[in-house]
Design a protein around this ligand. Structure first.
Ligand code: GLN
Length: 412
């Protein structure tokens, strides 16, 4: 897991050496917040994959090409000397393209001058949004399992997370448990749909249940919608911002990364009402000043790609999902079939390992496939000890290599 909250606080050991004292002294010089979480487990798995020459089904980045016209637009922008800072809250052509696309896909009209902030990826957009609206002591409701960044996001912004469980195999939540998580201290709920790591796509009914609680307790919904176009079996994506009553309390986070297969470009954004946007823009300005200008220019073109691009993206991913489900099932995993996003959560009980971390270590070192231990998506690692996540945003060749290696696994 990425938050270290359930671990005991660092205390001087009874038999302290002079060396320990230096370490303790140095610790006092460091941020107590930074001490409360560990480095990213997902990115650590990528490093282990490289070290052991393993097939990387851990970190969710595509290993195939981005659309040719999007790459060409970035090259053209650099050739035209689009090399200096864009306006801090984002280049106007990209903000205009975001407005058009949000209206086209979700029927929500926003003001590019007062309601959009372009950031360095959705990671920064989420952090800027949380730092922009949270005060110490505020509570933030988080569905669990959750994308590991939300833990450190909560700690760095000063929020106390209140976890609400998503239950396999459909990853549904108990509306009463959700209602109990809200209260007078609730500042926001984080809604990631389509969901990482489970592949759940929240239904209109579920989103309306969340909406009713946000309205009742005067809370924001901060939504991470980066997998909005990666949907299977006719599933629909609905933005919280599109629901009646949410226009003034939805903060919609999105990015180019997954939709256009450019996770390394770091171009994301937050769409929020004017008040929160003012705060988000200030935090963003002093964190990063702005996202890469020529890549924002390419984003303006990407967001206007024809509908065909998105249907092809979804059907290509549906093929990869089905292929990966087949590979993992044959290898002995119990798979929870995703309705969206590009991950498969699995249950590893059949392999007889005592926990997910031992299993993923064995998998990367001995079998040659990297995956993410389930515990990194839970507040209490014990809750994810039987789960492991695989990413399938990979070429057929990569998936075939994983299949060959996973065939050596022996379920009991
Ligand atoms: N969102 C991707 C994942 O969950 C990549 C995470 C990251 O490294 N930023 O794997």
């Amino acid at each position: 897991m990425s938050t270290a909250e359930s671990k005991p606080a660092a205390r001087p050991a009874a038999s302290e050496t002079p060396g320990d004292k230096v370490v303790q002294g140095a610790r006092r010089m460091l941020s107590a917040k930074a001490e409360r979480f560990t480095e990213s487990v997902i990115r650590e798995m990528t490093r282990l994959a490289l070290q052991h020459n393993a097939v990387n089904l851990a970190q969710g980045f595509p290993d195939f090409a981005a659309p040719a016209e999007v790459k060409e637009a970035a090259r053209a922008a650099i050739a035209a000397d689009d090399n200096q800072y864009a306006i801090t809250w984002g280049a106007k052509p990209l903000r205009d393209a975001i407005v058009e696309k949000f209206a086209r896909t979700q029927g929500v009209t926003v003001d590019p001058e007062r309601e959009i902030t372009i950031c360095c990826g959705s990671t920064e957009a989420m952090m800027s949004a949380m730092m922009g609206v949270i005060n110490p002591g505020d509570e933030v409701v988080v569905f669990e399992p959750f994308y590991e960044n939300y833990g450190p996001d909560a700690i760095l912004s000063g929020a106390a997370p209140r976890f609400v469980r998503l239950h396999p195999p459909t990853w549904s939540f108990d509306p009463d448990e959700l209602a109990r998580a809200f209260g007078p201290r609730t500042k926001a709920i984080i809604v990631n749909t389509p969901n990482n790591p489970t592949g759940k796509v929240f239904t209109r009914g579920e989103l309306e249940c969340i909406r009713d609680l946000c309205v009742r307790w005067d809370a924001f919904a901060i939504t991470d919608e980066i997998y909005e176009h990666i949907l299977y079996d006719g599933t629909q994506h609905i933005s919280m911002a599109a629901l009646d009553g949410m226009r003034d309390r939805a903060i919609t986070i999105n990015s180019m990364s997954k939709t256009y297969s450019v996770t390394g470009w770091r171009v994301g954004w937050a769409i929020a009402p004017p008040g929160p946007t003012e705060a988000i823009r200030k935090v963003h300005d002093f964190l990063t000043v702005g996202a890469a200008a020529p890549l924002q220019a390419a984003g303006a073109l990407a967001l206007r790609l024809p509908e065909r691009y998105y249907t092809e993206l979804a059907s290509t991913y549906q093929f990869k999902r089905d292929r990966t489900l087949q590979i993992l099932t044959r290898a002995g995993f119990e798979c929870f079939k995703p309705a969206g996003a590009y991950y498969i959560m699995t249950d590893i009980s059949r392999f007889g390992f005592s926990n997910d971390k031992d299993f993923t270590r064995y998998l990367v070192e001995e079998i040659g496939v990297a995956a993410v231990p389930g515990s990194s998506f839970y507040g209490d690692p014990e809750d994810g000890a039987r789960q492991v996540r695989f990413a399938f945003c990979k070429t057929p060749e990569t998936l075939a290599a994983a299949e060959e290696r996973l065939a050596r696994l022996r379920p009991q």
